[in-house]
Design a protein around this ligand. Structure first.
Ligand code: FES
Length: 163
């Protein structure tokens, strides 16, 4: 209190317009800092909680993926791509057939990989094995087949869509 004498107790309770303005400014500053702090803490928590629901919604609404140039995929190899936000794979088998699956393991959702030398789709998390022609779960803990997609090979691209 620069305007009040230091010895008067009543002077400490009195406020001037300058003190009120200063208090208002400090209160607004503290409020703004509190709002920033709440945002810093709250936004990551919101992202953590909202991401699975957002991913599910995005994957559910996507019905087709266009893979430009994928018609040139060599036989006996696979192409990993995103179907919506989820990993998926396109396989061009040596017999000329094409298949596409969701690459999310049906056990605990690890991403699976095509292993042409083993003639299998393999999940390294717990040793799950899928048939690369049908996506059927053939060994390990996966309880059901991979999601299979419809494949249409066109000149210059491959269309993958929900069957
Ligand atoms: S997550 Fe794939 S086998 Fe467990």
């Amino acid at each position: 209190m620069p305007n009040a004498p230091a010895t008067s107790p009543l002077a400490e309770q009195a406020s001037t317009p300058t003190d009120t303005t200063r208090r208002t400014f400090i209160a607004l500053g503290v409020g703004a800092l509190g709002a920033c702090y709440a945002g810093l803490i709250g936004y990551p928590v919101y992202q953590y909680l909202a991401t699975p629901a957002r991913k599910a919604a995005a994957t559910g609404t996507v019905t087709q993926a266009v893979l430009d140039g994928a018609d040139q995929l060599p036989a006996g190899s696979a192409l990993m791509f995103k179907f919506g936000t989820a990993p998926a794979m396109l396989i061009h088998h040596t017999d000329g057939s094409w298949v596409a699956f969701g690459a999310v393991c049906t056990h605990l959702a690890c991403t699976v990989n095509y292993e042409p030398e083993q003639s299998r789709i393999y999940c390294a998390c717990h040793g799950g094995v899928y048939d690369p022609k049908t996506g059927a779960n053939v060994a390990g803990p996966p309880p059901k087949p991979l999601t299979r997609y419809y494949v249409e090979v066109q000149d210059g691209r491959v269309l993958v869509s929900k069957a």
